[in-house]
Design a protein around this ligand. Structure first.
Ligand code: NAD
Length: 518
């Protein structure tokens, strides 16, 4: 099967009229990826109360292969009334699920991890097709999602033992005890850049805590997320504990507005995060927000240049720069700036930018046509503003997919959008500094505070710089490693709350204190 309809890339193609559905009956599915049909053909794509339903939205959504800009699948998403059915099921299931033992929940979480690993090859192929990820990146995603479920399986096992711990009240006539309660049915809304992973970071701790969940996947990468529902069925997760309602922003908004949802955890852009927070505020519902970033990387004077180049390249080119944590502002000590920049240009020049047709691909395409248009507009503005582009600076010529050249700009003014705003593409802005204090001041001069990297041969000195950076996660002499038992989340406009580790669990629990007569 190979053909057909080229997707020029506007939102209209996702929400096309019903009569044009015929267009989507002929899909382009690259044979070499061998994605099983059960992951691609979803006549029923809404999962409510343990059952698959046909989506009742007025129009289908189309999945696009970013390596070719061709459609490979379509499905009918949920209607607003299906959101209500899902939250009702989650509320009903909560009554029993909250009373299960931590050990029981742990077994379900381990089973989800095992299920993800069983289907790893298929899920890797699907992510290569849907997200444009090179194979090794898609593999990291599946491993990361499975590791997160394993981690919270371990956490859940120990939860019962910490219930009812006594608190000394200093009054012999009274006894105090602390309990933790799950918050209730929760709404989990995610972005498209790491499907399955960002969902795992929410779903695993929510289920471990005893919450039930309604997931709203990104409209761009829904198919990989539906595997969680397949697994729920396979492992016998009680009906209603996990529900998935595919759809766009209106379905996310309906979920946020639903009175049964007692907590919203959101990963996405600041603009949408602000809307989610406003919706939550109107009902006084807690939120966790994982938002954008414009993270700095500081290359200190004593850095090993070859190592610094590898770390800098990984920080901006992994996932084609579509990372909230991308270190997109690079600060290099003036004394090594020239040597470092020359070496970085050499590295950028060698990177293989290609789609899934090339097993050697190191940078894939951007994932969505919208993101492709956005990044091209950023590069055009940089050109119009006369920025000093020293690598790339445009879309890869002659390619039909959403490919952008690895792009590097030097001496970017600190008030330029390229320095201040999240781009979400393989676009790096560089400046040099003359003192560590200047580097820290420049690094912290941003509305965001998600991540940062420091590179220097003297690890203690580099770590001391890390302590001065306003960021939720700082890497020293390494890049973009996130472990399930560490914290993920940002300061300032990068969000509210933390995912992963014990902090990720706390996001789904409330504290209840019982004081009684002794
Ligand atoms: P987005 O804000 O456009 O969409 C995110 C999700 O919100 C999607 O599922 C979307 O359908 C939904 N949505 C849209 N309107 C809504 C509304 N009114 N109410 C509720 N839900 C609504 O973001 P995106 O383009 O999918 O993702 C890219 C952004 O995500 C970037 O800014 C990136 O930095 C951020 N991100 C952050 C993290 C993190 O951990 N901090 C991780 C990944 C991505």
């Amino acid at each position: 099967m190979d053909e057909q309809q080229t997707i020029a890339g506007t939102h209209q193609f996702r929400l096309i009229e019903m009569e044009t559905r015929a267009v989507t009956t002929t899909f382009s599915r690259p044979q070499h990826l061998n994605v099983p049909a059960d992951l691609l053909d979803r006549p029923k794509a809404v999962f409510v109360n343990g059952r698959w339903q046909v989506g009742r939205a007025a129009a289908p959504m189309i999945s696009i292969d970013p390596s070719t800009a061709k459609a490979f699948s379509s499905f009918l998403p949920a209607s607003p009334d299906q959101v209500g059915e899902a939250t009702e099921a989650a509320e009903r299931a909560f009554a029993d699920w909250r009373r299960t033992s931590g050990g029981e929940r742990s077994r379900f979480l381990s089973a989800i991890a095992a299920g993800l690993r069983d289907r790893k090859a298929d899920l890797v192929a699907l992510q290569m097709l849907n997200n444009g990820k090179p194979r090794y990146e898609a593999e990291i995603d599946v491993d990361d999602a499975a590791a997160t479920f394993d981690y919270y399986a371990g956490v859940a096992k120990d939860l019962d033992a910490e219930q009812g711990r006594s608190v000394a009240l200093g009054d012999d006539t009274l006894a105090g005890a602390t309990h933790f309660e799950p918050l209730g049915p929760v709404g989990l809304i995610v972005a498209w850049n790491f499907p399955m992973v960002t969902t795992a970071w929410k779903l695993a701790p929510a289920l471990a805590a005893g919450c039930t969940a309604v997931i709203k996947p990104s409209e761009f990468t829904t198919l990989a997320e539906l595997v969680y529902a397949d697994l729920a069925g396979q492992i016998g997760l009680p009906a209603g504990v996990l529900n998935i309602i595919p759809g766009g922003g209106e379905i996310g908004a309906a979920l946020c507005a639903d009175r049964r949802i007692r907590k919203i955890s959101f990963t996405g852009s600041n603009a949408t995060g602000s809307r989610v927070m406003a919706a939550a505020a109107s009902r006084i519902v807690p939120v966790s927000l994982e938002l954008g970033g414009k993270s700095p990387i500081i290359i200190l004077e004593d850095a090993d240049i070859a190592q610094a180049v590898e770390i800098a390249a990984a920080g901006i080119f992994f996932n084609c720069g579509q990372m909230c944590s991308a270190t997109s502002r690079l600060l290099v000590a003036e004394g090594i700036a020239e040597d470092f920049t020359t070496a970085l240009l050499g590295k950028a020049d060698q990177l293989i930018v290609a789609g899934h047709e090339d097993p050697g691909a190191q940078i894939g395409p951007l994932t969505t046509p919208e993101q492709f248009a956005k990044v091209k507009a950023v590069l055009e503005k940089a050109r119009a503003d006369g920025l000093d582009c020293i690598a790339g600076g445009s879309a890869v010529p002659g390619r039909q997919g959403f490919f952008i050249e690895p792009s590097i700009y030097r001496n970017v003014p600190t008030d330029h959008p390229l320095w201040r705003e999240e781009i979400f593409g393989p676009v790096l802005a560089i400046r040099s500094f003359t003192s560590t204090d200047e580097a820290v001041a420049l690094a912290n001069d941003t509305d965001f505070g998600l991540a940062a990297t420091v590179v220097g041969t003297d690890g203690d000195a580099a770590a001391a710089v890390a302590r001065n950076l306003d960021a939720g996660h700082v890497w020293v002499n390494t890049s973009q490693m996130i472990f399930p038992n560490t914290a993920w989340g940002g300061f300032k406009a990068s969000g509210i709350g933390r995912e992963l580790g014990p902090w990720g669990l706390s996001a789904y629990r409330g504290v209840k204190h019982i004081t009684r007569a002794a």
